[in-house]
Design a binder for this molecule. Structure first.
Ligand SMILES: [Zn+2]
Length: 402
């Protein structure tokens, strides 16, 4: 067994000086001042673990990977969450492919492929230039939502998008949290609004899976106060909080989504971010059992899964045919280190899924960005890894097995 001295440990906390004064035997007793606990700004706190543990570097996934959740471009955000056809791309195939090859990532699914002219640009830039390596999803054009024929028009658009090469539909969390009737002042559009039914149905008949993001972590719906487990993240990004105002509750949003899934049994839904509720695996498990057309991805949620490794491992065993590998990777944007595309990001995901390493960072960042905790690997068996990395997504996306 390797031991570490108390002094070494404390040095990691930047408290060595104070500790030395305290620990000195026979030192004259000090006045209350120097002995009083110091106050330390949370933003300065950088504890270094004193655990001596094996660290396994997994440079390359054990099986070929389909990353079902990445963002290689974005529709320019218009007013009130209504996106336009203009795209902003954040990556070129030429810079992505070497990383993908090194990491054994066969295919990246660019979920925010846009619509109309924007989708055509996404397809030309990625899918058509590197067939098989990139797959684009399309997105709804919400600017027509207030019109009478929205659902029908959207269904027609989807058929055209499918024809052009899009392989699925992505719905961002703007639905339920941002999009409103008649612009800025109207009521929020409900996730299970009946006007959307033809759109969900069309995805089923066109065999286009729908990746849906509604709600956000449970903590984003709670006050940003000292009891909030994601205080630092919300404090750094106040606009990520959905507490107060006329926002629906977390539960209302997820329940509305579940009603959509129940109403459209022929449509395959991917509830991103581990079923929208990685904090409550029992609930996600129950929903997967209830809805055979529901799937989940791992995107940006290994921080949640890895801090409950026994529950997560049991979940992966039970629902091994319904879990898709996703990272939420974005090739730029230092704001969300848990999503920055690159070798480091993939290696953390692989380590989490493949090894039984303990207590390691879930993001390549000096401070854990989603909450101050570390994660534990699941050590999944080969048969499950193969499904999660590749086979489940291949089946859903209609990619032939190799
Ligand atoms: Zn995403």
């Amino acid at each position: 067994m390797i031991r570490i001295s108390r002094r070494e440990c404390l040095a990691g906390l930047g408290l060595a000086g104070v500790a030395a004064v305290r620990a000195e035997p026979g030192a004259p007793s000090q006045a209350a001042g120097p002995r009083a606990p110091r106050r330390l700004d949370l933003t300065d706190y950088r504890p270094r673990s004193c655990l001596h543990l094996p660290a396994t570097r997994v440079e390359r996934a054990r099986y070929p990977v389909i990353d079902v959740h990445t963002h290689l471009g974005f529709s320019s955000s218009g007013r009130h969450g209504v996106a336009s056809e203009e795209m902003t791309f954040v990556a070129q195939p030429g810079t992505l492919l070497p990383v993908m090859d090194r990491k054994n990532v066969r295919t990246m699914v660019n979920v925010t492929g846009g619509f109309g002219k924007g989708l055509a640009e996404s397809l030309a830039r990625f899918d058509q230039r590197s067939p098989g390596r990139f797959i684009s999803f399309t997105e709804p054009r919400w600017d027509r939502l207030s019109g009478p024929g929205f659902g029908r028009e959207q269904a027609d658009d989807l058929a055209r998008a499918r024809e052009a090469g899009a392989r699925g539909l992505k719905v961002l969390k703007t639905l339920g949290l941002v999009l409103r009737e008649g612009g800025a002042t109207g009521a929020l559009i409900k996730v299970d609004d009946r006007r959307l039914d033809p759109m969900w149905d069309a995805c089923g008949s066109l065999r286009m899976p729908v990746a849906v993001h509604v709600a956000d972590p449970e903590a984003f719906f709670l006050p940003t106060d000292r009891f909030n487990e994601r205080f630092e993240e919300l404090n750094n990004h106040p606009d990520w909080s959905f507490h107060g105002g006329d926002f629906p509750s977390f539960r209302d949003l997820v329940d509305a989504f579940d009603r959509v899934v129940a109403r459209h049994p022929r449509t395959e839904f991917i509830a991103v971010h581990f079923g929208l509720n990685a904090e409550n695996l029992a609930s996600v498990s129950e929903r997967l059992t209830r809805y055979p057309n529901l799937h989940v991805d791992t995107a940006a949620r290994i921080g949640e899964l890895g801090r409950q490794p026994r529950a997560a491992r049991a979940f992966f065993e039970k629902h091994q045919d319904r879990i898709l590998f996703g990272t939420d990777a974005v090739p730029n944007g230092d704001d969300t280190p848990q999503q920055v595309f690159g070798d480091a990001l993939y290696e953390i995901y692989f380590r989490f899924l493949e090894t039984e390493d303990e207590y390691f960072d879930y993001a390549p960042a000096p401070v854990p960005p989603q909450g101050r905790w570390c994660i534990y690997g699941l050590g999944l068996p080969d048969a499950i890894l193969r499904k999660v990395y590749h086979d489940n997504a291949a089946r859903l996306l209609g990619i032939e097995a190799r």
